[in-house]
Design a protein around this ligand. Structure first.
Ligand SMILES: Nc1ncnc2c1ncn2[C@@H]1O[C@H](COP(=O)(O)OP(=O)(O)O)[C@@H](O)[C@H]1O
Ligand SMILES: [Mg+2]
Length: 425
């Protein structure tokens, strides 16, 4: 097991373009860290530099106190866990797990191989399946075999590069649970690459968001969601994505396309002397005013909305409300959309309403939000002017103590299991 430290890591490929640009990140021993960002942002490059499959142009990678920049991949003792189809179909589970040991010809005796495979199979609950072929296993079991191959060599850390991206949604969900369960149980440092923000939020103790090779923010999932540092992170984390509207400061109000909001003292201070800002409001922070009690309704802002389309999803419904944006912010929002791999600029508001809402296509609906939920961004730099560092730290601290508790629980469960499986003397 190991701590991994990246400091000022740079990767320039042949044409000089920095695919990874000055990334620094401290990964604690046992931590589950996700690298996330749109396609092409440098995630795989960064991971391949950590394992040693790619040279480092500048900066340092330190594993457990050793600088590994010039170390061969095998000497770094890390394990890349490949997708389930990287299992050998003609080999049994036993031989699949033993494979990396056999690869190092003559290093391990047959006895030693058996002991190691047995131990890995115990940990991964694969004992009953050792003589089976991968094709006869469930997706989750195959994932465990792939992890078995990694732990059989006592890897100091696991590295995953989009292991679930070719699977259908249901299997992806199962495998996600499986990976998360195994990581907790083993307590092995893990770096996991994905372009999928849902995967990032559900799996990671900490999530590092990359844009064009540059690290934007590394924080707990909740801190990223509640306190994104800029437009990019705000737009990338959350589904459906955050709504962005132009906000014009006029005296004591912030004027937006669909509603005006009284400017609180705090908001005014953060906006400073800007006349125009970009306002962010998450779809799930909009409500159907008809479903609220009066006391709640009075605490927020209600506005009329021409609902264009409604998507009903059972537990929720999404209402789409077109609006006119402003020329002055169009450029920034279009660029953001391109950075996020979007499908063209959204000049519609999305409201994720509860299933109890009766809003339907073509309705004029009364929607509601709590103005303290608004985020405000600088239209030039994209910085989140409402970013609250203390709140972000508190969210990180809470996530850290949750992680410690989860690890402890997993290890107690493990100890009980070991006790049960040891025959009484
Ligand atoms: N071998 C290579 N030679 C030149 N450019 C590369 C090479 N591999 C990746 N790149 C470029 O580096 C950038 C980051 O790629 P990559 O790390 O694969 O991103 P991601 O995994 O986030 O999709 C991209 O612009 C890609 O085109
Ligand atoms: Mg990649």
């Amino acid at each position: 097991m190991a701590a991994i430290t990246l400091s000022h890591v740079v990767k320039k490929y042949g044409d000089g373009y920095p695919a990874v640009n000055d990334v620094s990140l401290d990964i604690k021993d046992g931590e589950f860290v996700i690298l996330v960002g749109p396609s092409g942002c440098g995630k795989s490059t960064l991971l391949r530099m950590v394992v040693g499959l790619e040279d480092i142009s500048d900066g340092e990678i330190v594993i457990d106190g050793d600088v590994v920049n010039d170390k061969a991949p095998r000497d770094r003792k890390l394990a890349m866990v490949f997708q389930n189809y990287a299992l050998y179909p003609h080999l049994t589970v036993y031989e699949n797990i033993a494979f990396p040991l056999r690869l190092e010809k003559g290093r391990y005796s047959e006895d030693e191989i058996r002991t190691r495979v047995q131990k890995a199979a115990d940990t991964l609950e694969l004992n009953e399946h050792l003589e089976r072929k991968p094709a006869n296993l469930s997706g989750g079991q195959r994932q465990r075999v792939a992890m078995g191959r990694a732990i059989v060599r006592d890897a100091r850390a696991f590295l995953f590069d989009e292991p679930l991206s070719n699977l259908d949604a249901k299997l992806r969900g199962q495998m996600r649970t499986e990976i998360s369960r195994m990581q907790r149980r083993l307590g092995t440092t893990t770096i996991y690459v994905t372009h999928d923000q849902t995967e990032a939020l559900t799996l990671g103790d900490r999530v590092a968001v990359l844009k064009k090779g540059v690290l934007q923010q590394a924080a707990s999932p909740r801190a990223l969601y509640e306190q994104p540092v800029n437009l990019f992170v705000a737009g990338f984390i959350g589904s459906p994505p955050m709504n962005f509207l132009p906000g014009q400061v006029e005296g004591d109000v912030l004027r937006m396309p669909l509603a005006d909001v009284p400017l609180s003292e705090g908001l005014r201070r953060r906006i400073g002397d800007r006349k125009l800002v970009i306002v962010g409001l998450r779809p799930e922070h909009l409500e159907d005013a008809d479903t609220l009690d009066e006391a709640t309704a009075a605490k927020g802002v209600t506005f009329e909305a021409d609902v264009d389309v409604v998507e009903w999803l059972g537990a929720e419904l999404y209402a789409y409300i077109p609006f006119e944006t402003r020329e002055e912010v169009r450029g920034t929002l279009e660029e953001l959309d391109r950075d996020l791999d979007g499908e063209g600029m959204r000049t519609q508001l999305v409201a994720a309403l509860g299933a109890e809402s009766h809003v339907r296509d073509g309705d004029v609906a009364e929607l509601w939000f709590d103005p303290s939920r608004l985020m405000v961004f600088d239209p030039e730099t994209g910085d989140n002017l409402t970013y609250d560092e203390e709140a972000a730290r508190a969210a990180d601290a809470e996530s850290e103590s949750e992680r410690a508790r989860a690890l402890e629980r997993a290890q107690r469960r493990e100890a009980r299991r070991a006790e049960r499986s040891t025959p009484a003397a």
